[in-house]
Structure formats: structure tokens, C-alpha cells
Write a protein that binds this ligand. Structure first.
Ligand code: HEC
Ligand code: HEC
Ligand code: HEC
Ligand code: HEC
Ligand code: HEC
Ligand code: HEC
Length: 339
């Protein structure tokens, strides 16, 4: 076929036109457009090439093209930013001192998906998105990503009907750019998603402004998202270089991929700290997919010292960006010692 001789642009596969339909659909159904049941709940085995929508995505994206579901929760592949769904398979994530007696199951590691072919299932604990109404039963890779491609960051859905019309997003897709999923690159302090704007409102499509609801959603933790840091916090972030060196850092090299912020001028290779108008956002503290900590934390919210991560639970320890036994939780990056 002539089309196959033309060099593919970026997103060639997802936006590749009719020739690529059969990468995901059986030919008959992709031609007649009779595709209404993405997770195959009515038992029609015909129209997606592989089981559920999420199983389909994982047939290419599990251990390649981003490694979104590594082989083992104890040895995840290098991360591109979104985080690895394999931690949903962890036995226990609780590294608090009482963690053996009070195990937190892997299903709390992040967003659960209906992908029985890959050992994943909808969340049995949370029925809906905390702070909102989106049903856990509908959660799929295609709750967030448009399988047919679009011009948004990571093909995320923007304003409009999603999930076969069962839900409506009111906030647009976030503005950002990220690492290539087709090479061996991995997140580091000088190669990372450049978050520019809109992430908190986008997560809010399903979660509302989760921690900023006067405690109505969450009596334990109250925190704003999508607000500017201000000069004082921006300065703390720039100078902070770990618990042992809280003021020895410099603006030019302050960026910590594990505690990102939004900035209109952010770049994928940028190493600078924030300015007063940079913003704290949901992904300053969470991963979008999942992590080896409860609540998809970018670090484990239950430990006092980062080197305690994994000690009690036996789960994969999230690498400590500031090696040293004294390193405390990464709230300190913005709030300073004891923060
Ligand atoms: C047959 C293999 C295949 C399947 C199935 C597949 N993808 Fe992809 N995907 C790719 C390839 C190849 C790329 C690399 C860029 C390109 O060519 O589009 C990619 C890129 C992506 C990207 C990154 C785009 C960017 O911004 O760099 C996302 C997100 C993505 N896919 C999501 C999905 C989702 C969600 C599904 C399930 C609906 C899915 N993919 C199913 C092959 C696949
Ligand atoms: C990366 C995998 C992938 C590719 C490639 C793909 N589709 Fe789909 N398509 C899906 C999934 C998954 C759904 C189920 C809807 C969902 O989960 O959001 C879907 C749904 C549909 C639907 C139902 C309406 C809708 O949008 O929900 C139609 C029609 C459709 N696809 C046609 C096509 C055609 C035509 C092509 C080729 C131009 C194509 N698809 C290529 C994955 C893919
Ligand atoms: C709750 C929404 C959501 C769901 C569900 C979701 N993603 Fe993502 N995904 C995102 C966001 C947001 C990013 C960008 C994260 C970042 O850079 O911090 C992303 C990033 C990606 C990337 C780029 C590489 C990376 O890891 O950063 C790929 C590929 C991808 N997702 C595929 C998938 C696949 C496959 C599934 C299902 C197995 C899935 N996503 C489910 C929101 C989601
Ligand atoms: C399409 C709707 C949707 C979007 C968009 C979405 N979520 Fe969720 N989220 C859910 C649902 C449903 C649950 C509960 C089911 C589950 O945990 O698997 C959930 C659960 C969570 C949890 C709790 C996990 C646990 O088990 O403790 C966190 C944390 C979270 N989301 C953060 C985010 C962040 C951050 C974003 C934006 C990057 C986001 N979500 C975007 C639907 C969504
Ligand atoms: C400053 C860090 C921080 C920011 C920013 C943040 N979170 Fe959280 N999030 C946390 C912590 C800490 C917890 C655990 C709280 C607890 O145990 O009560 C949590 C828990 C959650 C949960 C789990 C609730 C449950 O019942 O399991 C969800 C959902 C969630 N956050 C969503 C969001 C969304 C959506 C945003 C952006 C609008 C966001 N978070 C921004 C730190 C943060
Ligand atoms: C990316 C920077 C950033 C990170 C990381 C961060 N914060 Fe904040 N925090 C802020 C900003 C900005 C404010 C001020 C928000 C406002 O009121 O405008 C704030 C305010 C607060 C407040 C004041 C009370 C309130 O509701 O406004 C507390 C308490 C707090 N943060 C605790 C934490 C904890 C605990 C963590 C770690 C789980 C954390 N923060 C992580 C930026 C951050």
C-alpha cells in the first residue's frame, strides 16, 4: 500500500487514518462504525481487537511505548512522567510504622482500570472519583486519552462529551509537553514533562477542586491547587536542596522532577526553579496514573523520612532525590524544613 511508504509524522499511529483502524478494530466493525460498547460489557467480542479498551491500549503500551504497566511492581521500568499502573498489583503500600497490621492494597496506588487481560480491575473501594461523580466502573485509558488522537498534550480529552457520552468535561486539556514514548528516555531533573497550565482544572473534570472544598471532601488534608506560589515559596523552592542543605540550592538548577510546578515558560529540559507566578497543581504531589505509594503520591505521604519508603510494606521504594537518611517528605521543597 502506498500510504505505508510515506514517513510517519509524530502520533503517526493514532492519527494514521483508515490504514491503522485495524491496529485496534476488527476490520468489519471499524468500517461500519458500529462501535458503542468500549469495554465489551455486552459481550460482543468483535469490534475491538483485544478485550477491553484498556487491554487494547496495554497490548502496545504495557512494557513498550512508555512502559505504562511494567512486568513487576518491584522492578518498574524507567518512568516518563505519568507513572506506572503496575503498582496497582502491589500487595501492601503502607509504610507507616503500623503498616503490617493495616495493609493498604495496591488498588490505592492510583487509577484502577478494567483490563482483565492484564490483571487489572475497576476499583472495589472507591465507587466514584473522590470530589466528583465519574464512576469507577467506567475508568479506562480512554476516560482520559482519546484513542483516535487529537492535538492536545498526550491526546488528553478536552471540553465536551467523553466516555461514549456518559460524561462531560467542562475544563480543557492541560497545556504541557513531555518525553518521547518511542525512545529510551526517562524522567530526570533535566528531562521531564513541561507543565504549563490547566492541569488542576483538568483533573477537576472528575474530582472538582478536591482538597479545596472546605473539608467537605477531605477532612484530613486541605490544600489549594492551581494557585500561584508567590515570591516566598518560589524562593524556598529555589534554595532548597534537601533536608540537609535547605538553603544551598540555586535558582538555575533548582527544578526537582519529583515536585513539579506549572509555568507558562516551562521546557522539557528546563532546570530552573519557579517564579512567583508559577503554580502548585495536582501533579505537584500526585502521579496521573499510579505510583508505589498510596493515593498515587509522587512520594509516600505516610513516611516521615523518605528512606523508610518500602521498609515496612516491602513495596518498591520511590527513589529518594536527595540521598541521605535525614531526608524528610518533599512538602519541604515548597515549605522548607518541617514543611
Ligand atoms: C498497535 C499499537 C498501539 C495501540 C494498540 C495503542 N497505541 Fe498508543 N501509541 C502507539 C505508538 C506507536 C505511539 C507513538 C507515537 C505515534 O505514532 O502515535 C503511541 C503513542 C501514544 C501516546 C503518546 C502520544 C504523545 O503525546 O507522545 C499516548 C498517550 C497513547 N499512545 C495512548 C494510547 C491509548 C490510550 C491507547 C488505547 C486506546 C493506545 N495508545 C493504543 C501505539 C499504540
Ligand atoms: C489506538 C486504538 C484505536 C485506533 C487506531 C482506532 N480506534 Fe476507533 N476506537 C478505539 C477505542 C478504544 C474505541 C472505544 C471508545 C472509547 O473507549 O473511548 C473506539 C471507538 C470507535 C468508534 C465508536 C465511536 C467513538 O468514537 O467512540 C468508531 C466509529 C471508531 N472507533 C472508528 C475508528 C476508525 C474508522 C479508525 C481508523 C481511522 C479507528 N477507529 C482507529 C480505539 C482505536
Ligand atoms: C486519569 C487519567 C488518565 C488515565 C486513566 C490514563 N492516563 Fe495516560 N496520562 C494521563 C496524563 C495526565 C498524562 C501526562 C502525565 C505527566 O506527564 O505528568 C499521561 C501520560 C501518558 C503517556 C505518556 C508517557 C507517560 O507515562 O507519561 C502514555 C503513553 C499514556 N499516558 C498511556 C496511557 C495508557 C495506556 C493508559 C491505560 C492503561 C492510560 N494512559 C490511562 C492521564 C491518564
Ligand atoms: C475521567 C475521570 C478522572 C480524571 C480525569 C481524573 N481522575 Fe482521579 N479518579 C477517578 C476515579 C473514578 C477515581 C476512583 C477510582 C480509582 O481510584 O481507581 C479516581 C481516584 C483518584 C485518586 C485516588 C487513588 C486512590 O485509590 O487513593 C487520586 C489521587 C486521583 N484520582 C488523582 C487524580 C489526578 C491528579 C488527576 C489529574 C491528573 C485525576 N485524578 C484525573 C477519575 C478521574
Ligand atoms: C500539596 C500536595 C497535594 C496537592 C497539590 C494535591 N494533592 Fe491530592 N492528596 C495529597 C495528600 C497528602 C493526600 C492524602 C490525604 C489523606 O490521607 O487524607 C491526597 C489524596 C488525594 C485523593 C485520595 C482521596 C481518597 O479518598 O482516597 C485524591 C482523589 C486527590 N488527592 C486528588 C487530588 C486532585 C484532583 C488534586 C488537584 C486538584 C490534588 N489531589 C492536589 C496531596 C496533594
Ligand atoms: C509545589 C509547591 C507546594 C508543595 C509541593 C506543597 N505545597 Fe503547601 N502550599 C503551597 C502554596 C503555594 C500554598 C499557599 C496557597 C494559598 O493559600 O494561596 C500552600 C499552603 C499550604 C498550607 C496552608 C494551609 C492552606 O490550606 O492554605 C499548608 C498547611 C500546606 N501548604 C501544607 C503542605 C503539605 C503538608 C504538603 C506536602 C503534602 C505541601 N503543602 C506541599 C505550595 C506547595
Amino acid at each position: 500500500m502506498l500510504a505505508l511508504l510515506i514517513p510517519f509524522p509524530a502520533f503517526a499511529f493514532h492519527e494514521g487514518g483508515v490504514a491503522n483502524c485495524k491496529g485496534c478494530h476488527t476490520i468489519h466493525n471499524s468500517e461500519n462504525g458500529n462501535l458503542v460498547d468500549p469495554d465489551n460489557r455486552n459481550g460482543d467480542p468483535a469490534y475491538l481487537r483485544v478485550g477491553t479498551a484498556s487491554d487494547l491500549c496495554l497490548s502496545c503500551h504495557a512494557t513498550t511505548l512508555g512502559s505504562e504497566l511494567s512486568a513487576s511492581p518491584l522492578s518498574p521500568a524507567p518512568n516518563k512522567g505519568g507513572g506506572d499502573f503496575v503498582f496497582l498489583k502491589a500487595n501492601n503500600l503502607n509504610d507507616a510504622s503500623t503498616g503490617i497490621l493495616n495493609p493498604i492494597p495496591g488498588s490505592a496506588a492510583g487509577h484502577n482500570l478494567n483490563a482483565p487481560g492484564h490483571g487489572l480491575a475497576p476499583d472495589g473501594t472507591l465507587n466514584r472519583a473522590p470530589g466528583g461523580n465519574y464512576s469507577s466502573y467506567m475508568m479506562s485509558c480512554t476516560s482520559c486519552h482519546n484513542p483516535h488522537g487529537n492535538s492536545n498534550f498526550r491526546m488528553l480529552y478536552g471540553v465536551g462529551h467523553v466516555s461514549q457520552g456518559n460524561f462531560t468535561f467542562l475544563a480543557p486539556a492541560p497545556v504541557a509537553s513531555g518525553l518521547s514514548v518511542t525512545d529510551g528516555s526517562a524522567e530526570s531533573n533535566n528531562l521531564h514533562t513541561a507543565y504549563r497550565s490547566g492541569m488542576s482544572a483538568w483533573c477537576g473534570n472528575c474530582h472538582g477542586n478536591y482538597h479545596d472544598n472546605g473539608g467537605a471532601n477531605n477532612t484530613v488534608f486541605s490544600h489549594k491547587s492551581g494557585v500561584v506560589l508567590g515570591g516566598d515559596i518560589a524562593t524556598i523552592y529555589a534554595r532548597y536542596n534537601g533536608t540537609d542543605f535547605p538553603t544551598s540550592g540555586s535558582f538555575a538548577t533548582a527544578y526537582l522532577a519529583q515536585v513539579p510546578f506549572e509555568d507558562a515558560l516551562a521546557t522539557v529540559t528546563g532546570t530552573q526553579g519557579p517564579t512567583a507566578t508559577s503554580k502548585v497543581m495536582c501533579l505537584s504531589c500526585h502521579r496521573a496514573h499510579a505510583s508505589s505509594a498510596p493515593h498515587a503520591g509522587r512520594w509516600d505521604f505516610n513516611v516521615s523520612f523518605l528512606n523508610q519508603d518500602g521498609m515496612v510494606s516491602g513495596s518498591y521504594p520511590i527513589p529518594n532525590p536527595y540521598p541521605g537518611p535525614n531526608q524528610r517528605r518533599l512538602c519541604e521543597k515548597c515549605h522548607g524544613l518541617g514543611g
